[in-house]
Design a protein. Structure first.
Length: 300
């Protein structure tokens, strides 16, 4: 496995260090290469050198709120970056399979349930950039006959989720409040609906998408949606705390345009590839609370 990594002045590979050939374990099989989605030369070089069988594009400026602050950069990396990568593959390893991580954000204001035929109506620079990437993946599939597949994944969470995303932010804050490390949490809009699943289940979906006979577009979700409010009440409740005693609204976390109502229709992937999620909403909360609690309890 070869991964592309941006140069940063601080270390940010803690979540994969145990897999990496470059750090501790010389038998490990993950190799990292410096590169950037905004830099065609770096993409061409890696594809040429590695000659991969499969390429997974998980690279993105992935924070929707921040995409309103840096819309041009978001378009460059999350959108145009896909074209750079597809070109690098077409010209240097055309038979490599390509996976594009699309996003339910492309559906934006289209009403649920959303499936592969739903009108694409993005509400954010991030959603618009992902939509472009999804369309370009189709263009390379139909135009050049490449195995280029789109996974249109709804929100997927786990204890490894970045701390700025709402699920992880709520889980970590609730636990820190419980442990007396913090007093309150500041949040934005609590009434949007999200279809949250477990990231590990969704990796199995990606695996199936890449083993399918033909490349295609695939919606991946649970088919169930919940409000942010409900998620927060449950997490705080699990810890014996009342959410409303410890939370405040902060304008900074509200968005100029939000996506209000996401719920996946997973009929296609269920019937054609035999995939369905194993972990439900309550189990997802339990998994996240348990692991983050252990981590926070260790670092008093
Ligand atoms: P997204 O669906 O990819 O944008 O994932 P997020 O986890 O960032 O946001 C999910 C929803 O939570 C959105 O509707 C946000 O507006 C809402 N939300 C409410 N408060 C917050 C907050 O403090 N941080 C984030 N990230 N989202 C929040």
């Amino acid at each position: 496995i070869h991964g592309l990594i941006r140069r940063t002045s601080l270390f940010n590979t803690s979540r994969i260090d145990h897999l990496s050939h470059d750090s501790h374990d010389r038998d490990a099989k993950v190799f990292l290469h410096f590169g950037d989605m905004s830099d065609s030369n770096s993409l061409v070089k890696v594809i040429k050198d590695v000659q991969p069988d499969e390429v997974y594009n998980l690279a993105s400026m992935s924070q929707v709120r921040v995409s309103f602050d840096i819309p041009e950069y978001t378009g460059d990396v999350t959108g145009l970056g896909v074209t750079r990568l597809l070109e690098a593959i077409k010209n240097n390893k055309k038979d490599a399979k390509f996976y594009m991580s699309g996003s339910s954000e492309i559906f934006g204001s289209s009403l649920p349930p959303q499936n592969e035929e739903t009108l694409v109506k993005p509400q954010s620079p991030y959603g618009a950039a992902k939509a472009y990437g999804v369309y370009m993946t189709r263009v390379y599939r139909t135009g050049y006959g490449m195995f280029a597949a789109n996974g249109i994944l709804f929100n997927h969470e786990s204890p490894r989720r970045g701390d700025t995303f709402v699920t992880k932010k709520i889980v970590r804050s609730a636990i820190r409040i419980k442990l007396g490390k913090e007093k309150e949490v500041f949040l934005g809009n609590l009434d949007t609906l999200r279809d949250w699943g477990y990231a590990k289940d969704y990796c199995n979906a990606i695996y199936k998408i890449m083993q399918a006979d033909d490349p295609d577009d695939w919606v991946v979700g649970t088919g169930e949606s919940h409000t942010i409010r409900e998620f927060a009440e449950k997490v705080f409740g699990t810890l014996g705390l009342d959410f409303y005693t410890f939370s405040k609204f902060d304008e900074r976390y509200a968005r100029p345009n939000d996506v209000y109502n996401l719920r996946a229709d997973i009929t296609k992937i269920r019937t054609k590839l035999g995939w369905k999620p194993e972990v439900n909403f309550e189990q997802l909360i339990d998994i996240m609370v348990k692991e983050v609690y252990d981590e926070e309890a260790k670092n008093v």
